[in-house]
Design a protein around this ligand. Structure first.
Ligand SMILES: [Zn+2]
Length: 736
């Protein structure tokens, strides 16, 4: 044996495991399964991924050694918004944008780009020792997955859980898509609160409204005051003239108006503010909601003012329009600083614009109810301090799920609109055969000589207003019935497909997998994506199968740097897990990550910790070297025997109860201070013989194997392996 342990042999060992078939499930009746959280296919792994790989690999190796039929199903994610975002940045470098391509070409280009970079994540997972079942690997855009996800949408539609509605959505004009409420970050900002006088039409004076968004006044449909506000009761029902326009609007009462905000009088702009939307929605006798919103939308999806804002303002950016209104009405003099929460795009960090857009929604109440019941019955148990309460809060308050995304990189919705007879209402963007973009109403494009086929081929986006009542069907193939059918251009929210991941991976895999491995045993992931992902998997898993998708949820925390700081590019403290593997070995990194970790809590890991764990690799190696040379005849030492049994019992119990952090800490102490410091010294003194020392070393190699698979396998090969196929990875877990 070499004097020091050389971790550069890890890849070789990995190949031996993989070739031995150890990663595929055996035919034991007792199943243990984990569906891997699919990392972004074309992104290198970060240290958080290394954390999930360490924890999940520990669990699957442990259960495999216990003789169970273990399935750890790997996959990667197309990461819709993220990937398209990165790809568009790349396009921008070549002075291009997504609007230069029809959706099919753009999709194909992104596919090629992803394919070129894919495999990165997978190769890196192998470097970390992930003993996953690569033969069952899934990508979220595999054709079988895409069909399954579309069928789920059809099923939801048949069950009347899908509806199309124009609602205010959280729209990022930069990213060009709507987001769900979960994807909007909030930031406290200081903006200006402006005061605008709206003159009463009867000439008796003015009512002053306070607003941070004067540029939206073109979209006002009323001024609202609280009915209990004595300052204004006499004015309710009177009319005012909207400044900069000749339009008259009414002063209405709404108990939701905060009398303490500004002047207590607010402008009502339903197309651009959720509260204002709700006020108009309530006042059915005064307003037809959709018609009102359509007529008074003054900001378009490009983030610019629309024609409804008048020709002086049309096409100005929101910011420019604000400046112009402030100047024209001389609002600066009465402006006051105002601290408020602003919605920010979680991708590009720009301000979210609430905009009315036709979208598909999933009704969530029927989906969340069974999940809450499953939590009550403990059919699913959440491991992670306080996280169950957070999950319950989300489930109880969740609003209907907007699953439409205006991006190309994703699963296109299986929805077909019959636009016949609606040529004056439906508008499209498309690229013609010469690569030129056209946009407008179908009628106008037909008049320019384009036919349906040309439009459908070069299609970028179709906008079908809800008010037009255009009939649609939900199916993957183009309908054969009479009609002028155009497929919806929106794609599904990535979480809509990954929310079905445990079901879809097992149902589209090998025959019998679903029956054998569903519900899966453990879902292990970062607590950060509890509402995005875990909650959706519970909702859709239960909807599709009537059963929870997993029995235990293990939520790991963030990995912070040695000083406890969050890793971020701007601080410059991001570590690349593969660099650490090269320097110290995968074993050392894995052990450092899990050592003493607690579900739901963040963990600081600095380089000294990893170095310390490399020392543990060396310690295991040196103990094995010592025994290779050692010879001593002694009867069995009873104390050593009792102690060994206790270590086996305790470690097994920790792992059975998912106490990975405690198990690692415990084993570290027992091996270092017990086996090495105490018993190797006893052996040197002659109080323990070779065979017992070997027996106990074998026990430790087995117990340590899930944590530090490489060094333990090497040591096993040095002393215990009888033949080529005799591997520690498939050796039996010690019993008491
Ligand atoms: Zn954005």
């Amino acid at each position: 044996m070499d004097k020091a342990y050389n971790h550069t042999t890890e890849s070789e060992l990995y190949k031996r495991w993989e070739n031995s078939g150890a990663f595929t499930p055996n035919d034991s009746k007792k199943a243990f399964s984990i569906i891997m959280p699919p990392p972004n296919a074309n992104d290198p792994l970060h240290v958080g991924h290394a954390m999930f790989i360490a924890i999940e690999d520990i669990l699957v190796r442990f259960h495999r050694m216990k003789g169970e039929s273990v399935e750890w199903l790997p996959g990667t994610d197309h990461a819709g918004i993220e990937t398209q975002f990165v790809y568009e940045k790349k396009l921008a470098k070549d002075n291009k944008s997504r609007f230069d391509f029809d959706r099919e070409t753009l999709y194909k280009n992104i596919w090629d780009y992803v394919e070129m970079n894919s495999g990165v994540a997978m190769t890196q997972m192998k470097r970390l020792g992930a003993s996953a079942d690569w033969g069952r690997y899934k990508f979220t855009l595999d054709p079988a997955v895409v069909s399954f996800v579309c069928e789920t949408f059809q099923k939801l539609h048949n069950d009347k859980l899908v509806y199309r509605a124009e609602k205010l959505v959280n729209y990022c004009p930069h990213c060009g898509t709507a987001y769900s409420e979960l994807e909007v970050d909030h930031e406290e900002r200081t903006d200006k609160l402006y005061h605008i006088d709206y003159p009463l039409t009867d000439g008796t004076g003015v009512i002053t409204v306070a607003t941070t968004r004067p540029e939206t006044l073109f979209g006002d449909v009323a001024v609202a005051v609280n009915p209990t506000d004595k300052r204004y009761t006499a004015l309710i029902g009177k009319k005012v003239k909207l400044p900069l326009t000749n339009r008259e609007i009414e002063i209405i009462a709404d108990e939701g108006v905060d009398t303490a905000f500004g002047t207590g009088a607010v402008k009502i702009t339903p197309a651009h503010d959720p509260f204002d939307w709700s006020v108009v929605e309530k006042n059915k006798e005064k307003f037809d909601l959709l018609e009102t919103v359509n007529k008074h939308t003054v900001i378009g999806i490009n983030g610019k003012m629309t024609a409804n804002a008048g020709k002086d303002y049309e096409n100005l950016s929101v910011f420019k329009a604000r400046e112009k209104v402030v100047a024209e009405l001389d609002l600066e003099k009465n402006a006051k600083p105002h601290i408020h929460n602003v919605g920010i795009c979680y991708r590009c960090k720009r301000v979210i614009e609430p905009l009315p857009l036709p979208q598909f929604f999933v009704s969530v109440a029927p989906l969340t109810k069974p999940v809450l019941e499953a939590l009550d019955k403990k059919d699913v148990v959440i491991h992670g301090t306080g996280r169950e309460a957070i999950l319950r809060t989300w489930l109880t308050n969740l609003r209907d799920w907007n699953v439409s995304r205006q991006i190309v990189w994703g699963i296109r919705m299986p929805v077909w609109h019959n636009v016949e007879g609606h040529e004056t209402e439906v508008s499209v963007n498309f690229i013609d055969a010469k690569g030129k973009q056209h946009k407008g109403l179908l009628r106008d494009l037909y008049a320019e000589g384009f036919d349906l086929e040309a439009i459908a081929t070069g299609l970028q986006q179709i906008i079908v207003p809800i008010v037009s009542n255009v009939p649609f069907v939900v199916q993957t193939e183009k309908p054969s019935e009479e009609g002028t059918w155009i497929q919806e251009t929106d794609t599904f929210d990535t979480w809509f497909s990954s929310g079905q991941w445990p079901v879809v991976t097992l149902k589209t895999g090998n025959a019998g997998d679903f029956e054998k491995f569903y519900p899966t045993s453990v879902m292990e992931t970062a607590y950060e994506i509890l509402p995005f992902w875990v909650m959706r998997m519970l909702m859709l898993g239960m909807y599709l199968t009537g059963n929870v998708p997993f029995k235990d949820v293990y939520l790991h925390g963030l990995v912070r740097d040695g000083q406890g700081r969050k890793m971020s590019k701007s601080v410059g403290n991001v570590v690349n897990p593969i660099d650490l593997v090269e320097k110290y070995g995968a074993d050392a990194l894995r052990m450092a990550l899990v050592m003493g970790s607690t579900p739901g809590q963040d963990k600081s890991v600095g380089e000294p910790t990893i170095k310390g764990m490399r020392n543990l690799s060396n310690k295991i190696w040196n103990a094995t070297r010592f025994l290779k040379e050692f010879s001593g005849e002694q009867p069995e030492n009873a104390e050593l025997k009792t102690w060994t049994l206790k270590v086996v019992r305790q470690t097994t119990e920790h792992l059975d109860k998912l106490r990975v952090g405690q198990a690692s800490e415990y084993l570290y102490g027992e091996f270092w201070h017990g086996y090495c410091d105490k018993w190797i010294e006893e052996a040197k003194k002659g109080s323990v013989g070779t065979s017992q020392m070997e027996e106990v070393l074998l026990v430790f190699l087995k117990l340590l194997h899930p944590f530090m698979p490489f060094v333990t396998e090497r040591c096993y090969q040095e002393i215990f392996s009888q033949k080529e196929s005799d591997l520690l990875i498939t050796a039996a877990w010690p019993t008491v």
